[in-house]
Write a protein that binds this ligand. Sequence first.
Ligand code: 4AD
Ligand code: MG
Length: 464
Amino acid sequence: MIRNGQYIKDLLVSEPGHTAVAQGWVKTRRDSKGVHFVQLNDGSCFADLQVVIDAGVVTAEAIAPVTTGACVRITGTLVESLGKGQAVELRGETVEVLGDAPPETYPLQKKRHNLETLREFGHFRTRSNTFGAVFRVRNQLAYAIHKFYQERGFLYVHSPILTTSDAEGAGAMFQVTTLDLMNLPRQQPGGAIDHTQDFFGRPAYLTVSGQLEAEIFALAFTNVYTFGPTFRAENSNTPRHLAEFWMIEPEMAFCDLEGNQTLAEEFLKYLITHVMDNCKADLEFFAQRYEPNLLAMLENVASSEFARVPYTEAVRILEESGRQWEFPVHWGSDLQSEHERYLTEETFKRPVIVTDYPKEIKAFYMRANEDGRTVRAMDVLAPGIGEIIGGSQREERLNVLIDRIREAGLDEKHYWWYLDLRRYGSVPHAGFGLGFERMVMYLTGMKNIRDVIPFPRTPGHAEF
Ligand code: 4AD
Ligand code: MG
């Protein structure tokens, strides 16, 4: 079947007076005084097309299956709308039901459902106002990300999803194997598993980050970025963590932590501006339904300078705040969500870039500072969300990097090619990772990360 209709978003801005074919899913149908009012949506925009059908035009049998959730094609004439809220409406002349949705069993009836309930219907929540708006914003955001880097000459790298290296050295990886789990091969009877018989001849995992491979490319193409799925097997059941999430990782040669911070700030502002320009109706809906301050907050972030504060200073602010923290703060402790929110929402009232963290709480690849205690790390914290970006200047000095790998208790043999990059043609370089879903949360005001990814994967949940 060839598409022969037009998107509803185009019909809604057409001149009245011509014949049109509208296709989509019925949001609602209401019958009043011999007229059927059908709200039709095809996902192309937030607004529904109102279709008005005189009872004399269609039989009762023909209109009966036009119920919430049914898929229909309606032909008619676009006319000026007398109702408020839309400039044009469709006067329906013929109605074809392509797929009915019996109201006795269709799970998403007219009434408003809460987000938890909608999560159980991942195959239908896409037809709701909220998820229509979320996934249009997500789509525009993905487009803006590529646009931003392509306009700046960055090369898009496809980093691998299957990997044998632990990019963060944190061990939170999903193992991938084709070995028979009921009958594992052993190096000797009762001994360790014989991974030489596994698919790759050694243990393999789903990647936690494309960074190390992006570094290979940055040391040949200067400025690169990845944009792909990443996986974390940490057992965190929070509104901000997924087991499968998407990450954007730019990596730049000839760049230090200052350049890295500047790019991160420019990048976030560009994304906000793009989505505000291209998803106006969707953002207005989020403001009206979920987060009254959303538009003012986004405008404020797009136009204000991010605060920049070293970790040591951030800890001092938190210690002197007089707050009773659930997780106590002292120099050396990692910042928890409550601390990140205090800095962004109370102290600075805008995004904050915290830099130069203690080396013990950051990954092995971050460049060591002269003080011997901190590394050139940066986290961008956003009001309402906390950490949205994590990054650093990388350790480009071979001997220092070897020491850090050993100190972190990792096996330098596994990082042989990463070390080679420091042996041959090394250069100061830096990069960061933006959590794609955290950015969608930020732009929409949605409070749970499960509601901004098409199919959330969290501990115990991988339906659809
Ligand atoms: O801070 P992270 O772990 O940094 C890295 O992976 C580096 N390799 C990035 C780099 O320098 N190239 O993760 C980066 C961002 C976080 O700031 C957060 O926004 C997001 O990824 N993130 C998650 N998002 C959803 N669910 C999770 N479990 C996440 N873990 C990290
Ligand atoms: Mg981090």
